[in-house]
Design a binder for this molecule. Structure first.
Ligand SMILES: *[C@@H]1O[C@H](CO)[C@@H](O)[C@H](O)[C@H]1NC(C)=O
Ligand SMILES: *[C@@H]1O[C@H](CO)[C@@H](O)[C@H](O)[C@H]1NC(C)=O
Ligand SMILES: *[C@@H]1O[C@H](CO)[C@@H](O)[C@H](O)[C@H]1NC(C)=O
Length: 973
């Protein structure tokens, strides 16, 4: 008979013939047959039972099978975790010597066969973690003669425990946990006096725990956790003196701890949490010396926590949270040297933060939700290398956050929220590089958020809301790459939402509401893939709410209270950016930077760092230049001394000038008009320190008087060795002498000797624009004055460019402001022409040394430097005049380049905030905004994108008087 047909035949037989009546063929092994039939009824997706070959004479080498080595009968079948499914077939009943059967952790379904325990030899049956359902048939337990261990845990079995269970007189271990069993637990269970382990947890058993538990004198572990048991704890629980582990948690038990419990001297684990137990925690708890785990949490225990707890030397885990305990925590806890996890939260404990919390080598400690007071003192040196979680929240702690907290390097959770802690957040918290949850919310913290927080690289949740924090949100937070929750609401934070947040791709919940944040909503927000909630309500944010799915779905309450936000999402149309006809768009050129995509962002960073590099290089050049000029000055001064002062008194003989004065032996003084300077005291006196007005790239400037008493400014050229021959010098200077414009400092004459050259200029009393802007003593320029200065500079430059003269050296210290007319006058015009070689190196190193004004093409050998470098300098001057900030400012560890700053402000719609705060908002924004944009266009990176100065003058005039404009002009570039 072939094995396959045998199986088919067998399968049929089993359907109709009682198995016991089936007589075996002497040539066949019963066990082989039984197992092959069992296998035929199940699915074996991983082919785990491939070794089960029906042609074998015995199954003893098959996977999961163990035999008696004398009889070759199967004694153990262990098929745990083989992904088998299907019904548990009756073929197993053939295994007449089977002692142990485990089918646990498979996917067997269907009901429990009533016959399984018919295998008379079976001692251990494990069907746990399958998908078995239905009630357990009464007949199932009725035949359990020798069974010692049954586990049906982790199925979907329902109904009551069959009364037949009481027949299992030898049963030592019964596990019915994690099913859907219900009904009452019959007191019959207590007659199983061989029972050592009883687990009925996670079912729906109801009613009281029946009396008679004292009969289970062998019981070691008992769990009735998570049922619906009511009534009190068994009064004679303590009679089960062998009990090692008792878990009655998560029921509806009430009443007090029965006194017999004190006899559980072997009990290592007592869990009574989440019931409604009342009364006090008795003193005798200290007698349960074996306790390692005591969980009485979430009950209604009241009164003080007994001192005797200190006797529990084995105690590792103590949880008495969420009760009504009061008084102070017993100092004796410091003797529980084995403690790892303590939770005293949610009681009415008082007193100060116990020292032992930091001295026992705890892993987790919570005293949250009590009435602890005083300041948080961490004993030093810090000796809690293992502390993972510290929760001091919801108490009445005051004082400041101790810097030492930063030394608890293993912390993963630090919660100090809802106390009365004041002072600022110590930067040392950034040293908690394992901390994932940091909650300091609901205190009285002030100062700014320390940028060091960015060093806490594991942070996933940062809660700082409901404090009095000020300043801006530090960019550095973006270094916490795993951050998913950021709660900063209800503080006094200012500034804009940092661009760097675009890197926080795990952000899910962000609450920035109720601060004073301004600027526009970053467009990149919609690129944060996991963002679920983003609340920015009640701030000063402005501009258009970006489109996209995220913002279309955002609840309006998350945006409300920002009067200047607009856009279709809010059903509020955005005002046109410019009410004036001129639309200037500094971002229209390909080189200027927009934050519309991350690559652009990176681009911007690169530009910034180049600017910073240029600034740093320029600073180095200045330092060199100062040394060089000092040396040159020294040389000039020593050679100047050899020239007699008297020589100045002799007029040069030059018919082409109206007041010539010359002395061929010692030098030549030429005045283009009017009087001769009063050099009667000699150059030595004229050019002395007291009369010095200032120094520039070309030399020092001194003030002196003409004979008629009119003051002039005399510039002593210090680049003498670079100056061309006398004739070349005179040709250039005479050309410059013809320059007459109200916005250009007039050159009135010059003096030349081979070793000393002087240029004589109109004296402008008001001092330089640099002084007017940056010297506090000079007072504040009004918007009107600033606009006049910008327009004047533009006109002066346009005039220069018209005459094909490039200034090369624009900067605020080269622009003078007439104190009476308010007219800006550009100085040092055309002096670069006096240099023998007008090359890029000389220009950039000797002249364009002024930080921040230098057009980028100076650093780029392939780009021709033309008059557009002046337009760049002018653009910087415009921004300088409008913002009152220097073109490059050094902050603590940062170089701030004005153009980049203003460009970023424009992109975020915060242009008006960049206007000099000293104006106190007293300026027409319909002039300021386009002027700033004009400045930015002038500072375009590519020279050809910058407008001509002539156009600039026209635009400025249109900005001031738009109604006179004949036709609106669109987009300058
Ligand atoms: C059978 O197994 C027992 C232990 O399981 C061992 O002591 C005995 O020697 C074995 N007998 C044979 C014949 O292998
Ligand atoms: C502690 O609570 C009990 C009642 O629960 C009360 O009688 C006792 O006065 C309280 N003790 C303190 C110190 O508050
Ligand atoms: C703490 O004590 C106060 C009275 O002092 C009481 O109202 C409150 O309910 C108690 N809280 C807890 C958690 O027991």
């Amino acid at each position: 008979m072939g094995a396959v047909s045998l199986v088919v035949l067998l399968g049929c037989c089993l359907l109709f013939v009682p198995i016991i009546a089936w007589s075996s063929d002497a040539t066949l092994n019963d066990d082989v047959l039984g197992l092959i039939v069992f296998k035929a009824n199940l699915r074996d997706p991983r082919d785990s039972l491939s070794s089960w070959n029906e042609d074998d004479s015995n199954p003893c080498k098959w996977v999961g099978v163990k035999c008696d080595n004398r009889t070759n009968r199967v004694t153990e079948l262990n098929l745990e975790g083989l992904y088998l499914s299907g019904k548990i077939g009756r073929g197993l009943l053939q295994l007449r010597s089977l002692r142990m059967l485990s089918l646990s952790r498979n996917n067997f379904s269907g009901g429990i066969s009533p016959d399984l325990l018919l295998i008379a030899t079976l001692q251990s049956l494990d069907l746990s973690q399958n998908n078995l359902s239905g009630a357990v048939p009464d007949a199932f337990f009725a035949q359990c003669r020798s069974v010692r261990s049954v586990s049906l845990a982790g199925n979907r079995l329902s109904g009551e425990i069959p009364l037949s269970l009481s027949s299992c007189s030898k049963i030592a271990s019964l596990n019915l946990s994690s099913n859907q069993f219900g009904g009452a637990i019959h007191s019959d269970v207590w007659f199983l006096n061989g029972l050592r382990s009883l687990d009925l947890s996670f079912n729906f058993f109801s009613g009281e725990i029946p009396a008679g538990i004292d009969k289970l004198y062998n019981l070691r572990t008992m769990s009735l956790r998570s049922n619906r048991l009511v009534g009190s704890l068994p009064a004679n629980l303590g009679s089960c003196s062998q009990l090692n582990s008792v878990d009655l948690g998560q029921n509806l038990l009430s009443g007090e701890l029965p006194e017999s419990t004190r006899n559980l001297s072997a009990c290592a684990s007592l869990r009574l949490d989440r019931n409604s137990l009342t009364g006090g925690i008795p003193y005798w708890v200290g007698e349960m010396r074996a306790l390692e785990t005591l969980d009485l949490s979430s009950n209604q225990f009241a009164g003080a926590f007994p001192d005797s707890i200190g006797e529990l030397q084995q105690l590792k885990e103590l949880n008495i949270s969420a009760n009504a305990l009061n008084g102070t925590l017993p100092e004796s806890l410091s003797r529980c040297k084995a403690l790892l996890d303590v939770d005293f939260g949610g009681n009415n404990f008082t007193g100060e933060l116990p020292r032992w919390l930091f001295e026992l080598g705890l892993r987790r400690a919570s005293i949250s939700g009590n009435k602890f007071t005083g300041s948080i003192l961490i004993p030093t040196p810090v000796t809690t290398p293992s502390l993972l979680a510290l929760d001091l929240s919801s108490n009445a702690f005051s004082g400041e956050i101790p810097v030492e907290l930063g030394s608890l390097h293993s912390l993963q959770l630090l919660n100090l929220s809802r106390n009365s802690i004041s002072g600022s957040i110590p930067g040392s918290l950034g040293e908690l590089n394992g901390v994932e949850i940091l909650d300091l919310s609901g205190n009285q913290l002030n100062g700014s958020i320390p940028p060091e927080i960015g060093r806490a690289a594991s942070l996933t949740s940062l809660w700082l809301e409901k404090n009095s924090l000020t300043g801006e949100i530090p960019n550095q937070i973006a270094a916490c790459a795993s951050l998913s929750t950021l709660m900063l609401s209800q503080n006094n934070l200012i500034g804009s939402i940092p661009e760097s947040f675009v890197n926080l791709t795990h952000l899910q919940t962000v609450d920035l509401s109720r601060n004073r944040l301004n600027g526009s909503l970053p467009k990149w927000l919609r690129r944060l893939p996991q963002l679920l909630s983003f609340n920015i309500s009640d701030n000063l944010l402005s501009g258009e709410v970006p489109g996209g799915n995220f913002f279309a779905a955002i609840p309006l309450s998350s945006l409300s209270g920002n009067p200047s936000l607009c856009g279709s999402v809010l059903n509020r149309s955005c005002p046109p950016v410019l009410p004036k006809p001129i639309v200037l768009n500094p971002n229209s050129s390909s080189t200027s930077v927009a934050f519309s995509s991350s690559s652009d962002l990176r681009h911007n960073k690169i530009i910034l760092s180049i600017s910073a590099l240029v600034a740093i290089a320029a600073a180095a050049l200045i330092a060199l230049g100062v040394v060089a000029i000092t040396v040159l000055n020294f040389r000039v001064r020593s050679s100047g001394r050899s020239h007699s002062a008297a020589s100045f008194l002799v007029p040069p003989d030059d018919s082409s000038t109206r007041s010539p004065a010359t002395n061929p032996n010692s030098g030549r003084l030429v005045m283009f008009s009017g009087d001769v300077p009063d050099f009667s005291a000699g150059t030595h006196a004229v050019l002395n320190k007291d009369c010095e007005l200032g120094r520039g790239g070309f030399g020092a400037v001194y003030k002196t008087l003409l004979r008629d008493g009119r003051p002039v400014a005399i510039k002593k050229l210090t680049v003498s060795s670079l100056v061309k021959s006398q004739s070349d010098f005179e040709v250039e200077v005479k050309k410059l002498g013809k320059l007459r414009h109200p916005n250009i400092v007039t050159m009135e004459g010059y003096y030349w000797t081979p070793s000393l050259q002087l240029l004589i200029y109109e004296f402008v009393a008001g001092g330089s624009l640099h002084r007017r802007l940056h010297d506090a003593a000079a007072g504040v320029l009004s918007w009107q004055q600033r606009f006049d200065i910008i327009l004047g500079m533009a006109k002066g430059l346009a005039h220069l460019h018209h005459l094909n003269i490039i200034h090369y050296n624009l900067k605020s210290s080269n622009v003078l402001v007439d104190p009476f007319s308010g007219e800006a006058k550009i100085g040092d015009c055309g002096l670069a022409k006096l240099l023998p070689m007008l090359d890029r190196y000389v220009l950039s190193s000797k002249i364009q040394s002024a930080l921040g004004y230098m057009a980028p093409e100076f650093a780029c050998p392939t780009v021709k430097v033309n008059e557009k470098c002046d337009v760049y300098g002018f653009g910087v001057l415009v921004l300088e005049v409008v913002t009152g900030k220097k073109p490059v400012e050094y902050q603590e560890d940062d170089v701030v380049v004005l153009c980049d700053l203003v460009r970023a402000a424009l992109e975020e719609g915060r242009v008006e905030e960049s206007v000099d705060p000293r104006l106190m908002g007293d300026f027409p924004s319909d002039e300021a905004v386009p002027v700033v944009k004009l400045g930015l266009i002038c500072t375009s990176q590519v020279p050809s994108n910058r407008p001509d100065m002539g156009d600039v003058v026209t635009i400025l005039e249109l900005i001031r008087c738009p109604q006179e404009a004949s036709s609106p002009r669109e987009d300058l570039s």
